[in-house]
Write a protein that binds this ligand. Structure first.
Ligand code: PHE
Length: 502
C-alpha cells in the first residue's frame, strides 16, 4: 500500500504527464483504495491552488453485505464441497446440517461437483471431482478490487441474481492542474511558531489551510460540569423550601435595572469600567417603564418616599448604558417590579442561580465571570428575624449550622449582613454570603405598599463547588484550562443537610 505522501508524489507526477486524472480509474489501475486517492487529492488541495477538481458520479457494482461475507469465508458451495470426506462421502442428512447447505448443495450439484448415491439409506453424497476452484469468491475479489466492473458479464449477472453483488453509485473526481501546479510542493506549515514571528519568515511561508470539513472525533459521551451538578443540588434545596426559579436568561442588562433601580448612585465605584463590563454594541437601552424611571430619578436626585436621596443630578444617559449584569439581583429587581404591578399582592419566594460578570483581576479565586445563587422572600411585615431564620434554614440544608452575621453595606439593602459559617476543618469562620432587607428607596418606587418587605441573600456557586470537589484554583473550573477528564470522572457531590440539634 502506498503511503499518503508517496501517493501524493505519484499523483502529481501522473498529472505532470497527463491532462487529467480520474480518481476512479486511477485507483482501479493502481489497485489502490479509491477513498485513499480522494483523501490524498483533498490534502493536495489544502496546500494551495495546485489542482482543480470536479465531481462526477458513476454507476458501478460492489459486493453486497452477504457478498462480503462470502468474499471473506468462501462460497457456500465451495465450503460444502470441502466438508465432504474425500474417500467415503457423507450421509446426506448429516451434510444438510452444514451452514447454508441448501444453497451450497444446489450450486455444487449444478456445477457437477457432487454425486448422490441413493442406493443406500440414507443417501450418501460423494465428491465427483477431485478438486474445485471457488469461482464465486474469485469473482467477488475481482469486483471488490475494481478489476471487474462490467455488470453485463454473464458471471456478474449470476452473482447479482444471487444478491451477492449490487449496483452502487460511485462519486469520483476529475483532477486537473491549477495555477500553482508543481510536482514538488513544499509541505505547508501547520503551526505558527514564535521563531517565525521573530524572524518575520511567516510573511513568505506557505501555511497549510484549515480543513473546516474535517470531522472531529466523536465524543464517547457527554457529561455535566461540576458547577452544573452543584447547581442542581442548590436548586433542589430552594425547591424543597418552596421557592420558584426566576428567569435568568439575559446576560446583558442595562444600568437602570442593574444599578439605578437598586438605589446604587450613578457615581458608585461599581459603575466604573474598572469594575464592570460595558457593551459597545448595542451600547444603550432606550425603552423603560417611564413612570417608574421618573420615580427612580426622583428618589436618587431630590429624594422621595420619605428619603432625602443622594442629592445629585441623575442622568438618564448613565442609566441607559448596557452592561454584562454584575449581579443576579438585577433579575430579582425586574421580578419584584413585575410583582408590584399585580393588582392584588401575593407573597412570593424566588430564587435564581446563574452567571454574572465583573471586571476582576484574575487569580486563583477570582474570575471575570462566575455564578451567583440568590434567594428572596417578599411578604407583609418581614423583619431581620425572618431573614436570620431563613438563612439558618437554608444553610442548615447545606450542612452549616454555626452562623454569624456581621453588619455590612449594600446600596440596596438596609440593614445588610455578611454571613459567616464556622468551618470545622479550617477551625475558623469563613464568609459564605451577603444578605439584607431591600430598602424602601428600592421597593416604594416599584409601587409596593409600605407594609411589604423583601429579604434577600446571595452567594457564589463557585466557592461551594470548589470546596465540595477539592479544587483550589478557580481556573480549573472555568476557562480554556478545564480538564474534561476531570468533568467526566467527577462523581455527583451530595450536599448533606445538617441534623437539627435538640
Ligand atoms: N447582590 C449582592 C452581591 O452581588 C448579593 C446580595 C443579594 C446582597 C441580595 C443582598 C441581597 O454580592
Amino acid at each position: 500500500k502506498p503511503t499518503s505522501s508517496s501517493l501524493q508524489t505519484d499523483i502529481l507526477s501522473y498529472l505532470s504527464t497527463h491532462d487529467e486524472l480520474n480518481t476512479w480509474t486511477y485507483a482501479n489501475e493502481h489497485k489502490i483504495d479509491h477513498q485513499l486517492v480522494i483523501g490524498t487529492i483533498r490534502s493536495i488541495q489544502s496546500i494551495g491552488d495546485i489542482i482543480k477538481i470536479e465531481q462526477h458520479t458513476n454507476r458501478s457494482i460492489a459486493p453486497s453485505d452477504e457478498g462480503k461475507l462470502l468474499l471473506q469465508n468462501g462460497s457456500y458451495e465451495y465450503n460444502l464441497f470441502q466438508a465432504i470426506p474425500a474417500d467415503k462421502g457423507i450421509e446426506q442428512p448429516e451434510l444438510m446440517k452444514f451452514p447454508n447447505a441448501t444453497i451450497g448443495f444446489a450450486k455444487a450439484m449444478s456445477s457437477g461437483w457432487l454425486q448422490v448415491d441413493k442406493s443406500s439409506k440414507p443417501a450418501i453424497v460423494k465428491r465427483k471431482v477431485e478438486n474445485v476452484h471457488d469461482e464465486v469468491q474469485n469473482l467477488l475479489k475481482r469486483i471488490q478490487s475494481l478489476e471487474l466492473q462490467d455488470a453485463s458479464v454473464k458471471e456478474v449477472v449470476e452473482l447479482k441474481k444471487r444478491k451477492l453483488v449490487e449496483d452502487v453509485i460511485v462519486n469520483y473526481f476529475i483532477v486537473t492542474k491549477s495555477s500553482e501546479f508543481s510536482t514538488n510542493i513544499a509541505k505547508g506549515e501547520a503551526e505558527l511558531t514564535a521563531e517565525m514571528l521573530q524572524t518575520g519568515s511567516w510573511k513568505t511561508l506557505n501555511f497549510k489551510q484549515y480543513n473546516f470539513n474535517a470531522k472531529g472525533m466523536m465524543p464517547s459521551h457527554g457529561c455535566l460540569h461540576p458547577l452544573l451538578k452543584v447547581r442542581t443540588e442548590y436548586r433542589q434545596i430552594f425547591l424543597e423550601m418552596g421557592f420558584t426559579e426566576m428567569p435568568t436568561n439575559n446576560y446583558v442588562e442595562n444600568s437602570f435595572w442593574n444599578f439605578d433601580a437598586l438605589f446604587t448612585p450613578q457615581k458608585h465605584p461599581a459603575r466604573d469600567v474598572q469594575d464592570t463590563f460595558f457593551l459597545s454594541d448595542p451600547a444603550v437601552t432606550t425603552t423603560f417603564p417611564e413612570d417608574y424611571l421618573e420615580k427612580i430619578k426622583k428618589v436618587h436626585s431630590t429624594g422621595a418616599f420619605g428619603s432625602i436621596g443622594y442629592q445629585y443630578e441623575w442622568a438618564r444617559e448613565e442609566a441607559q448604558k448596557n452592561v454584562f449584569r454584575t449581579h443576579t439581583t438585577a433579575v430579582s429587581t425586574r421580578m419584584l417590579y413585575k410583582l408590584a404591578q399585580e393588582k392584588i399582592f401575593k407573597p412570593v419566594k424566588y430564587f435564581s442561580i446563574d452567571k454574572v460578570f465583573r471586571n476582576e483581576n484574575l487569580d486563583a479565586t477570582h474570575l471575570a465571570e462566575f455564578h451567583q445563587i440568590e434567594g428572596l422572600v417578599a411578604d407583609y411585615n418581614l423583619t431581620l428575624g425572618d431573614l436570620i431564620g431563613i438563612l439558618y434554614e437554608f444553610f442548615r440544608k447545606l450542612g452549616m449550622t454555626k452562623l454569624r452575621f456581621k453588619p455590612a453595606y449594600n446600596p440596596y439593602t438596609e440593614p445588610s449582613m455578611e454571613i459567616f459559617s464556622y468551618h470545622e476543618g479550617l477551625q475558623r469562620w469563613i464568609e459564605v454570603g451577603n444578605s439584607g432587607m431591600f430598602r424602601p428607596e428600592m421597593l416604594l418606587p416599584m409601587g409596593f405598599s409600605e407594609d411589604i418587605s423583601v429579604i434577600a441573600w446571595g452567594l457564589s456557586l463557585e466557592r461551594p463547588t470548589m470546596i465540595l470537589y477539592g479544587i483550589d484554583n478557580i481556573r480549573d473550573l472555568i476557562g480554556p484550562k478545564v480538564d474534561l477528564e476531570m468533568c467526566r470522572q467527577n462523581p455527583i457531590c451530595r450536599v448533606i443537610p445538617a441534623k437539627i440539634e435538640e
